[in-house]
Design a protein around this ligand. Structure first.
Ligand SMILES: N[C@@H](CCC(=O)N[C@@H](CS)C(=O)NCC(=O)O)C(=O)O
Length: 192
């Protein structure tokens, strides 16, 4: 088992976290815009947690110092990252579960997280509990962003079915694609 301590950065950084997981030592994420979201951050976000959260996740079966392929663990880590909380990530070898791990997770499953001095299993329960305990920034899509891209499919179908090149269906599709493109340029840093 190895532990990585992750500090919060000013922007979400799961991509850089995952890229660095093989290092096997504690590090501070750089204050660089690795984020996929530019949602404004409230100052209170930076003050909510000082002690790192302890979270047990699956270790890779081939490289024990790296994160394994567990979507439940990744979901929990993404939630913690999105909320800019510091955490100690304990990589657990599920092929050889240590005694201390079975004590805190009797079913032998990851992820488990320590919240309010209790070990909590299950990604659904964990993400819900994190949302309640650290509501800012929220996990939900902001209402003003919820409809972004939602008309692409219908305008595309309109364009495909159109028999009249001057009926505006092509322009309608282009408008939708352009607004989606603008949104991506403004809000998303594509990961390389
Ligand atoms: N419902 C749980 C499922 C967690 C789960 O099944 N985790 C797998 C790893 S992806 C596990 O720990 N399996 C136990 C094992 O492989 O021994 C959740 O959402 O967290």
């Amino acid at each position: 088992m190895s532990t990585l301590r992750i500090q919060p950065s000013t922007t979400s950084a799961i991509s850089s976290t995952i890229k660095n997981l093989h290092l096997g030592f504690s590090f501070r994420l750089p204050c660089k815009n690795y984020g996929v979201s530019k949602r404004p951050r409230n100052l209170s976000v930076m003050a909510v947690a000082t002690d790192p959260l302890e979270v047990c996740v699956k270790a890779s079966s081939t490289s024990p110092n790296r994160l394994g392929d567990c979507p439940f663990c990744q979901r929990v880590l993404l939630t913690i990252e999105e909320k800019h909380l510091p955490y100690d990530m304990k990589l657990v070898d599920l092929g050889n579960k240590p005694e201390w791990f079975l004590k805190i997770s009797p079913e032998g499953k990851v992820p488990v997280i320590k919240l309010d001095e209790k070990w909590l299993p299950d990604s659904d329960v964990i993400t819900q509990s994190l949302e309640e305990k650290y509501p800012d920034p929220p996990l939900g899509t902001p209402p003003e962003k919820a409809s972004v891209g939602s008309k692409i499919f219908s305008t595309f179908i309109g364009f495909l079915k159109s028999k009249d090149p001057s009926d505006g269906s092509q322009q309608a599709l282009l408008n939708e694609l352009n607004s989606f493109n603008d949104y991506i340029k403004e809000n998303v840093r594509l990961l390389s």
